[in-house]
Write a protein that binds this ligand. Structure first.
Ligand code: SAJ
Length: 425
């Protein structure tokens, strides 16, 4: 099977880098997106997301004519679907995945599908989503045959191949990571392997679609559960007056123990979301996975309570002051160290709540951004030095490399809350 033209559906954090890397192998790639601005930006050789080295690659492949973006689906040899899978808005706290974007992607490409095409779902999805996508495609194209009804002989091949790249390292990991290839049939897996072998240097490991879906959810749930263990330890140690960082360093000297780092909570668009895809399908069984989510989601409030307690303590020790006089500085707003991505960041959520609940000035130190997001309009973006010299209480929320050498020793004990042990990172 030859792929002379590939259509990537959804030009976001996964679709765009994938399209660009495939195009850099001198294959014609057309990117399909629903947003005019995204299409225009990419066709100018520019990018609308933040990811190291991506701008350079997109500029080159657009200029050379290997990548272009469009609003309208066109025929191709393979279709790679990388659209978001959010929660349903109306299901409240139960966090049920919403496949509406996969459904629209299927409906967009169905009219241009032709015998021999391969369709790959890359979006992180609940178990069964690939079969559902195949059903939508079959419904729209009764003239073609699909794996669910015609097995190995189907006209259209369908597979789930979850993306597993780490934001900030996407370009390297897209090429280097192993891929899980979950075809609906063996022929589907074989075709999908051929496509990934065009640009992946890692191993392409074959399984079925449902196991591939579960593998992705399992990886992120594994990480969530392990971070929850570290976060729970930090709460326990706080109660017992034990330094959690020293404790973890000691325990990690055991050859079979490797505890992750506590922090202000779990952010990003994957680890805090994907475990719910398991919980919503198997609530009776997924008890540990649910509890881990709750532990991690509870951590920002714990930090907020700590800051408020420190403000109370400061007023007790400085009787001439009122709450209005207490300046708090937060160090770090991004969802993890050394990136500028504030989306789904627990530190940003902490900053927003403190902005509403504290009456004194709030200083915000985030060396990776030039201006504050709208939701923090009452805060002031300052340098780390200004934060240290002007604040009465310093709270380190993210272990950015710029914070490692900072000297908080002038602050009296109790007025530095270092959630990530930045000094020791
Ligand atoms: N975090 C901690 N303590 C730790 C490690 C992480 O609190 O010891 C926090 C981070 O600060 C951050 C969150 O967890 O808020 C998630 O960060 P991360 O670096 O663990 O992961 P992501 O969300 O950037 O990317 C994950 C990756 N999955 C795994 O490592 C299993 C990536 O490979 C996936 O492709 C990505 O999710 C995704 O798209 O699903």
């Amino acid at each position: 099977m030859d792929f002379s033209k590939i259509c990537v559906v959804g030009l976001g954090y996964i679709g765009l880098p994938t399209a660009a890397v495939i195009a850099s192998r001198k294959c014609n790639v057309v990117g399909l997106d629903v947003t005019q601005k995204v299409v225009d930006t990419i066709n100018k050789g520019e990018i609308h997301i933040i990811e190291p080295d991506l701008d350079m690659i997109v500029r080159a492949v657009v200029k050379e004519g290997y990548l272009r973006a469009t609003l309208k689906a066109e025929p191709a040899d393979a279709f790679l679907v990388a659209v978001p899978t959010p929660f349903k808005a109306d299901e409240g706290k139960s966090r049920v995945p919403d496949l509406k974007y996969i459904e629209s992607a299927a409906k967009a490409i169905a009219p241009v599908l032709a015998k021999g095409n391969l369709v790959i779902l890359e979006s992180t999805s609940p178990v069964g989503a690939t079969e559902q996508m195949a059903a939508w495609l079959a419904e729209a194209r009764p003239d073609l045959t699909f794996p669910q009804s015609h097995g190995e002989q189907s006209d259209i091949r369908i597979a789930h191949c979850p993306e597993r790249v780490l934001p900030g390292h996407v370009i390297r990991e897209l090429v280097a990571n192993d891929r899980v290839i979950g075809g609906m049939t063996t022929a589907c897996s074989t075709a999908a392997c051929k496509l990934y072998e065009m640009f992946v240097e890692g191993e392409c490991v074959v399984t079925n679609a449902r196991t591939a879906e579960m593998a992705k959810l399992t990886e992120n749930s594994f990480r969530d559960v392990n971070i929850a263990f570290a976060n729970e330890l930090s709460l326990i140690c706080d109660k017992l007056d034990i330094d959690v960082w020293e404790l973890i360093a000691l325990a990690n000297r055991h050859p079979r123990v490797n505890i992750l780092k506590p922090g202000p909570g779990v952010g990003g668009h994957c680890i805090a979301v994907d475990p719910w895809f398991i919980v919503s399908e198997t609530p009776e069984q997924a008890r540990l996975i649910r509890t881990a989510r709750e532990v991690n989601d509870g951590k920002p409030q714990w930090v907020i309570d700590k800051v408020k307690a420190a403000v109370g303590d400061f007023l007790l020790k400085n009787p001439g002051n009122t709450a209005k006089d207490v300046t708090v500085a937060l160090f770090g707003l991004a969802f993890k160290p050394d990136i500028d991505d504030l989306r789904e960041s627990p530190s940003l959520a902490i900053a927003e709540k403190l902005q509403q609940q504290l009456v004194g000035p709030l200083l915000l130190v985030e060396p990776n951004i030039q201006e504050l997001p709208e939701c923090l309009e009452n805060g002031a973006l300052v340098s780390a030095e200004e934060g240290i010299t002007q604040a009465d209480i310093c709270v380190v929320l993210v272990g950015h490399k710029q914070f490692r050498g900072l000297d908080f020793s002038a602050r009296p004990e109790g007025f530095v809350i270092d959630v990530v042990a930045s000094g020791r990172a």
